[in-house]
Ligand binder design. Sequence first.
Ligand code: NOJ
Length: 735
Amino acid sequence: MRFKFLVLSLLPGLLAAQVKPVAARVDSVLALMTLQELVGQTNQYNGFWNATGPLPVGNDWVEQRVRALKQGGVGSVLNVAGVNQVRALQKVAIEETRLGIPLIFGLDVIHGYQTLTPIPLAEAASWDLEAIQNSARAAAREATADGINWTFAPMVDISRDPRWGRVMEGAGEDPYLGSRIAEARVRGFQGDDLSDPSTLAACLKHFAGYGFAVAGRDYHTTDYSAHTLYNWILPPFEAGVKAGAATVMNAFSAANGIPATGDSALVWGELRRRMGFTGVVVSDWGSMGEMIAHGYAADVRDAAHRALIAGCDIDMESDGYLRYGVELARRNPADSIRFREAARRILSLKFQLGLMDDPYRYCGASQPDVRTDAYEMAVKSSVLLKNSGVLPLASGLRVGLTGPFAAEKNGVLGNWRVSAKDQSAQSLAEAVAGTWTYAASSPHSVGQEAFHAELTLNQTDTRANDAAIKALRKHDVLVLAVGEHGYESGEGRSRASLRLSAVQQDLVRKALATGKSVVLVVYAGRPLVLEPWIQDGAAAILWAWQPGTLGGSALADVLTGRREAYGRLPMTFPRSEGQIPLSYDGYATGRPGPKPEVFWSHYTDEPNEPAFPFGFGLSYTSFAYRDLEVTPSPEGWSATVTVRNNGTRAGSDVVQLYVGRQGNGQLYPTKSLKGFKRVILEPGSEARVRLELPREALTQRDGQGRTVAFTRGTLTITVGPNSREGLTWTTTLNP
Ligand code: NOJ
């Protein structure tokens, strides 16, 4: 019975079929399939059965799913992990269905599998594409060794709204940085060969525009211009497609009156025709059925039909294709062809993954040790936002550690931790045990901590704060681990207020009142708003994000200077929620200022400027920039700048190149990142750093999606350490 499908499909001759190209092999499988089996490939179920146990009885829901599986009605599953589970379920697909076509096993391997790396936004803060690629590679090695062959990552949604909890899963606000990171992650997950059993098929998500949820509220509709779609939202998808991403996921959101899962213009027009994507499109969880709640589809049959027409190949958990697919296909030959083409793409992926040759391919490897990769990534992700000189902490200092995240082993893992064990992070307190003194402060939350549940914050009980400060007040420096829990950011976790909780503010206030140097280590899945009294009062602020399994030692090493402060912000940090959405790359206004009267674009109660700009991050040494030279090159322009390490320690800076464009008959962002390079310098040494600006990087798409070259007007090139500072050079093209 094993490999029944292979035996059938290879009847003309095993050897001949082995060397056939994938397309021909897919054709030979399609030729054997009934309409029901074709539709079955497009159905994806969540893990539904303890596959290593006995067959379920007496549970209608599970029984229906098992029946569907055995009738060839399931093409892929998600959230079935662990070699035993995967092997057992695969065995049913292979041995108990008519054709024995293997399942694909998908999972949200977003920032690691069992060993967690920092959340993706944190990784983006490293601006280190090699490290990010390696981190994805490490996740792939760990997950594939446990039977998984498809990850629903990377999320490449651009967002300017830190209220939206899912910013933790993306690469921030910038389409250029986001595109480079999309490529790095796709390469890291997929490697060069999808059939290599240590690689995962990647999934670019969420197509498209999910990051522009109105008012930052998750699952909300979106509202963005065509300019925003073409120049911010789509570029990272295009980069990921070019890097070879095997799959793309529809967004939950709707725009221009159409939910993304039903949007033909997006999927067929942009993704398939313009970007040339030939892989599999999967719905988001239930996003097909949610078109009814959006008010767009009449019922599940209608939703399934609309999704099918709009190019959605796999229905994740709406049960639309399985219930109505055969009926739709029988009624309309065009729909029958659509299902066949969807099945063709899904089967091609199964061949590419090597599952058609060996369905148990991902069930054999031993678990790799990726802890060093997770540690390195955590070191490189933290961002030093303020330092009055107290950091790195000198060895003789008496350091007191407190704050709700100091001894935390759960909340610091991040949001997407489906396979990590509870309490498996090394905490900061553990990493510094025996060197610093730790005292517990009031807890941040009370009650249940779970992926699906709302976290209940401790709003009032400050008793332990007093005890902690009392215990530590004789120390020279107080390190406060504050911020938000991993389950305060991520899916379904939008926040209207981005401040520290009242109980944490109480702790900071009491720590500052001691008069000692206070170092804030802020754990967060997003930019938060730190009030001026906190920012001004703290001697240093290190943004730790949610650093994952090895965050404790990574942060301890940065705080004590064993490792350098490395990260730079991938998102603008607002001063207050009222400034949101906020990014460094907005358009200029017709009423710039400041002006003595009110008639300019501003707030009456807040500056326009952010708290910390995109690209910003301090290091333990200081760098000076001089002598920017820009020369035309055959391809565009070369910018060269001298960077000098003026401090007393070796260190590195991220040299960033921004352009401004004006006068070409379109609006352009006042600044757009177009290149960056990390330079490593010994104290007192300097280097000429060269960045290339290809002419085509100046193009922009107009409201109709047409590419417009920058042929005339003023071009400003700024090279510096962040989006606010730098040396500029200006030229006028074809005046
Ligand atoms: C919903 C999320 O939006 C998506 O990103 C994820 O991959 C799926 N659930 C599957 O868990």
